[in-house]
Design a protein around this ligand. Structure first.
Ligand code: ADP
Ligand code: MG
Length: 637
């Protein structure tokens, strides 16, 4: 509890201590001889103590022309009750209303804190190595790229980097939701926000603090709450019209029935001309106001979404806003990129064919030409070559999406890519009969063989498609730039419903548009990619899901949902989380509005009094908030 909440709690307790004996006396349950005015004055003490801020807010609202809000409702209703002589009720309503407010602010604070705890990845300091070998604790903000930092066991890695010395196991669960520790050693990349568990690591930093994975993810999470879903927007609009309507209804309830009785009973009925008639209806109107206070709905819906986002990030699924939770719950078609999404993107060189050069030299040209690309193919070729690459031997690099790379290596023009690229540079290539990704190489326009590389499926790809099917996704389509034979094999192995091959990035956009046109009604299409050259598709789909985004900036920016580890199984999980969250939102709306409606009718006919009204209101709110918090907890699939 923070300080404000504690103060409110004390105000409630003290007011209650005053209130209870006074109430017993005023109801004559305990008999104490006391003049009426004294009781009224004494009642004002707990009333003002617990309600002064509500009164002040209502007053300020009126002064600024924003009359109709919850504070106004409470103020009018309680003052109305007190003026009509129902002191006990008036004070009790204010007291219970504040109990509800306290509970709500505690719950909201708690779920927010939960989420930031889940996302406890903000590093506090970095141990910067000094020229003399000692270390100094500095702000991560001050560390320059290329500095050496030391991370001891138990510390958070403050900046992205490469291990230069040491080996350890990292806990990456805050980043990926994956609880298994990741083993790292020399030359391996480490991400900020992971926790070093076992060994001392010396790390050469590769990013500045603002650009580091931890900062980017935190930004993303902090901004998520500001992207509102349709239901949330509906609620704020709803509150804008609802409260004034309720106030006018209450006014009508206070005036019209007694007026009607008076007019129809002129001269016949003594009751019609007394104040008792008026006070009955004004009190009913006040009860009506208390009931109509929309707190439960207004608070529980954003809270449900917030908890849904938190529950998802706990599982390693970052959703950039509650609007995407809504879309995700309606996904019926999922389109996939192949490399890096369904397959690991770690190609192994399986053969080199038709090369006049020896294999090693061909691979050297290939690795050099690819030295600037971040495509999984080029990474794999560099790894296969395995030796140090001197970037100064390479110039004029052109990466052509969906084709390959053209570059100058040692002054010779190297073209490396698929058949389309060979056709482009006019080299006569040999088609290959192997099933695998074929990377052709041309030197100065002359063909000099191809490298056959092959990829592995991710462990969970097959299970992921089955899980999607179970989650009601009717169509799973793979869109790939790779050859048809490879696409066909992969599609059959993992159980996709459809595939399209040999697509350029622009063709992928076209395919997604065609698939979008086939979607009917509320069906939505998701595209899942690894963010390398598929940013346009990610943004064209109803919802873009980026895979393995740790480290790939383009994907974090273009996608709406980021799966922090490369696990395709998380797609179905994200869909389930979103459905659960939207289900809870609906339950809350029905519960809150249903109970309100019943109470309103009861109050209008005079059955429900203010006690029932406020207890129903606070009760519904507490139920709705507890229900909303269920979104935080997601069953394992
Ligand atoms: P995917 O749809 O499987 O992600 P891409 O659209 O990234 O594939 O690439 C399609 C094809 O283009 C690859 O299979 C490869 O033949 C060729 N290609 C793309 N980038 C490169 C590169 N950097 N080096 C060599 N070939 C490449
Ligand atoms: Mg790709």
């Amino acid at each position: 509890m923070n300080k404000k909440q504690k103060t409110l709690l004390w105000r409630i307790i003290i007011a209650a201590i005053f209130f209870v004996p006074l109430y017993l006396i005023s109801e004559d349950i305990v008999h104490v001889e006391m003049p009426k005015w004294a009781i009224i004055l004494l009642f004002l003490i707990p009333y003002l103590l617990v309600g002064y801020d509500i009164l002040r807010k209502a007053f300020n609202g009126i002064r600024h022309g924003q009359v109709f809000d919850e504070n106004f409702l409470m103020t009018v209703a309680t003052i109305g009750a007190i003026v009509l002589g129902e002191y006990g009720e008036g004070v009790a309503v204010m007291l219970l209303y504040q109990v509800g407010e306290l509970f709500q602010s505690y719950a909201v604070g708690k779920s927010r804190r939960n989420i930031s705890e889940l996302m406890d990845i903000r590093p506090d300091y970095a141990n910067l190595e000094q020229p003399d070998g000692s270390t100094e604790q500095v702000d991560p903000d001050e560390v320059e790229i290329g500095s050496i930092i030391v991370v001891n066991p138990g510390e958070k890695i403050p900046l992205d980097g490469v291990v230069v010395e040491g080996a350890s196991a990292l806990n990456t669960s805050a980043l990926t939701g994956e609880s298994k520790p990741r083993e790292v050693g020399v030359d391996e990349d480490v991400l900020s926000g992971s926790i070093n568990m076992t060994g001392v690591l010396r790390i050469r930093t590769t990013t500045e603090f603002d650009e580091s994975t931890a900062s980017k993810i935190l930004d993303l999470v902090e901004n998520a709450a500001s992207r509102k879903s349709k239901s949330e927007n509906f609620i704020s609009k709803f509150a804008k019209y609802y409260t004034p309507i309720v106030c006018y209804c209450a006014l009508a309830l206070a005036i019209l029935p007694p007026l009607f009785v008076m007019l129809t009973h002129i001269g016949q009925d003594a009751y019609a001309s007394t104040g008792a008639l008026w006070s009955t209806w004004v009190l009913r109107a006040c009860t009506f106001l208390v009931i109509s206070c929309p707190c439960a709905v207004v608070i529980s819906i954003p809270l449900s979404f917030f908890a849904g986002l938190g529950g998802a990030s706990n599982q390693g699924v970052l959703i950039k806003g509650s609007n995407y939770l809504e879309t995700l719950s309606q996904v019926k078609v999922v389109a996939f990129d192949k490399t890096g999404t369904i397959t690991k993107g770690n190609f192994a060189v399986t053969a080199v064919h038709h090369s006049p050069l020896d294999d090693e030299t061909l691979l050297e040209y290939a690795a050099l030409a690819e030295c600037h690309s971040s495509h999984p193919i080029s990474r794999s070729l560099r790894e296969a070559y395995g030796k140090h690459i001197d970037p100064s031997r390479v110039s004029d690099v052109q990466e052509i999406s969906g084709h390959g790379v053209i570059a100058k290596v040692d002054g010779r023009s190297v073209a490396i890519g698929n058949e389309k690229l060979m056709a482009k540079v006019g080299a006569e290539y040999h088609p290959c009969s192997h099933v695998g990704t074929i990377i052709h190489v041309a030197l100065d326009g002359d063909y000099c063989g191809h490298i056959v590389i092959s990829d592995e499926l991710k462990e969970n790809s097959k299970e992921a498609m089955a899980a999607l099917k179970r989650a009601g996704v009717a169509k799973t389509v793979m869109l790939t730039g790779d050859a048809k034979s490879v696409a066909e094999k992969v599609a059959a192995e993992v159980g996709l419903t459809d595939y399209r091959a040999e697509l350029l990035p622009a063709d992928k956009v076209k395919c997604v548009e065609d698939l979008l046109a086939e979607c009917t009604g509320n069906d939505r299409l998701a595209f899942v990619g690894d963010g390398i050259n598929d940013a346009p598709v990610l943004s064209r789909a109803d919802i873009g899901i980026a895979m393995g985004a740790l480290g790939s900036d383009a994907a974090i920016e273009a996608a709406d949902v980021v799966l922090m580890d490369d696990d395709p199984l998380k797609i179905a999980k994200a869909i389930r989380i979103s459905r659960k969250c939207l289900g809870i939102v609906k339950q809350n709306i029905v519960l809150a509005l249903g109970v309100k409606l019943i109470c309103l009718v009861l109050a209008a006919v005079g059955i429900a009094n203010m006690w029932i009204a406020i207890i129903a209101d606070v009760g519904v709110m507490i139920l709705a908030v507890l229900n909303a918090i269920r979104c935080l907890f997601v069953k394992k699939l």
